[in-house]
Design a protein around this ligand. Structure first.
Ligand code: UD1
Length: 371
């Protein structure tokens, strides 16, 4: 089967890498192609991940770049359609919830090409999040919905999707995590940042609801100022966030908070090495809630909701929102009670073998018309 695997933005690369790897191992059954939409294009947001994850260079690069949601989504659709027509794949595989995901799925649904969606069924129930719209729409039009957890199956059933289109395969991002953990030990990022031991926290922040909203960003910043007096916070800064710091006039505040250390975005191995040694992670990312769960690292999520509730039920994740006091209290409570860590509880099928189950599911569904 000829499969086009789509990547677009940073959180896609670690999901697609193990799948392409598995397809390349099953040469008799799969001919995988990689199409990069170019939604993310900076060396540190894209190239570093290809290198770290051993993802083959894209067969096709669409180079769409940044833009408003409409501009970016439309640009992906326009440039992806001729690629699909030229290669006429048996399946197009899309992952996650970024604009490239929904754009490519929509192109295929109109062309009658089958779509498999990896990480299907997650719902934050917050329709102001662009990703929530991307998730709902992609799941409605995809032919095969490959879910990371059983709550996702339930969400899909509730939306009227028949069981025949749903397959619980586990979390493919954890294939990358477990596969790269040992290699990440050779990263010197902790030494380069002068960190000894694990007495530090790691922060990521890029959601529009947090960084495009001046008040929300200011509340979070106040919390970071307090927490960083207790332990250093290493903050690899997303380009969107870097722009807002300048635009909102926060640069001086950030500079004054000595314990808050801004660094450029990190590649996969350096970032893994960094957070896997931390005492605490603060984030508004989806994937990091899952990665910290598997590694048993306390995670405070700076959002009002999560599409990944299993990381709270089974994992180390806690939703703390964007209220200054709440964030500071949760960080203090976490740091005060860490003398007796519990072994991490791993959600079902987050076992490093999800790519194999995804390929099995595709093989079972096989070639032929739409399902
Ligand atoms: C996108 C995804 C989000 C994901 C995030 C991970 C959507 C709707 N959002 O958000 O789900 O969590 O990626 O990073 O698809 N920029 C650069 N260099 C780059 C890429 C972006 O400088 O390589 C800058 C541009 O100024 C751009 C801004 O960052 O306008 C935001 O990028 P964009 O892809 O629009 O959204 P993200 O916030 O990255």
């Amino acid at each position: 089967m000829k499969i086009i695997n789509v990547v677009g933005a940073r959180p896609n690369f670690m999901k697609v890498a193990p799948i392409v790897d598995e397809m390349k191992r099953r040469t008799a059954d799969f001919t995988p192609l990689v199409v990069h939409t170019g939604q993310h294009y900076d060396a540190q947001m894209s190239d570093a991940f290809f290198r770290d994850l051993g993802l083959p260079a894209p067969d096709v690069y669409l180079g769409v770049g940044s833009g408003s949601h409409a501009v970016q989504t439309a640009a992906v659709m326009q440039s992806f359609e001729p690629v699909v027509l030229e290669h006429n794949p048996d399946w197009v595989l899309v992952v996650g919830d970024v604009n490239s995901t929904v754009a490519c799925a929509l192109v295929c649904s109109k062309l009658g090409i089958k779509v498999a969606h990896v990480e299907a069924g997650l719902r934050s129930r917050d329709r102001t999040m662009p990703e929530e719209i991307n998730r709902i729409l992609t799941d409605q039009i995809a032919d095969l919905l490959l879910t990371p957890s059983q709550d996702a199956d339930e969400n899909l059933r509730r939306e009227g999707i028949p069981d025949s289109r749903i397959r619980f395969v586990g979390n493919v991002m954890i294939d990358s995590l477990l596969g790269q953990l040992q290699r990440a030990e050779s990263s010197k990022v902790r030494e380069e940042l002068g960190l000894s031991g694990s007495d530090y926290a790691v922060l990521t922040l890029h959601r529009p609801s947090n960084v495009d909203d001046r008040d929300a960003f200011a509340r979070i910043l106040s919390a970071l100022e307090e927490i960083s007096q207790r332990l250093p916070i290493i903050f690899p800064v997303h380009p969107r966030t870097r722009s807002r710091i300048a635009e909102f006039g926060f640069a001086e505040r950030v500079q004054r908070a000595k314990g808050l250390r801004l660094v450029d975005p990190l590649g996969y191995l350096d970032f893994l090495r960094l957070y896997s040694g931390a005492r605490l992670v603060l984030t508004d990312s989806g994937g990091i809630q899952e990665e910290t769960t598997v590694l048993g690292i306390p995670c405070l999520t700076l959002r009002e909701n999560t599409e990944r509730p299993i990381t709270i039920e089974m994992g180390t994740n806690q939703i703390v929102g964007t209220d200054t006091k709440k964030i500071v209290q949760a960080a203090s409570a976490s740091l005060d009670t860490q003398s007796n860590p519990q072994p991490p509880r791993i959600p079902p099928l987050w076992d490093g073998h999800t790519a194999g189950r995804i390929c099995d599911a595709l093989q079972e569904k096989g070639v032929g018309g739409r399902l």
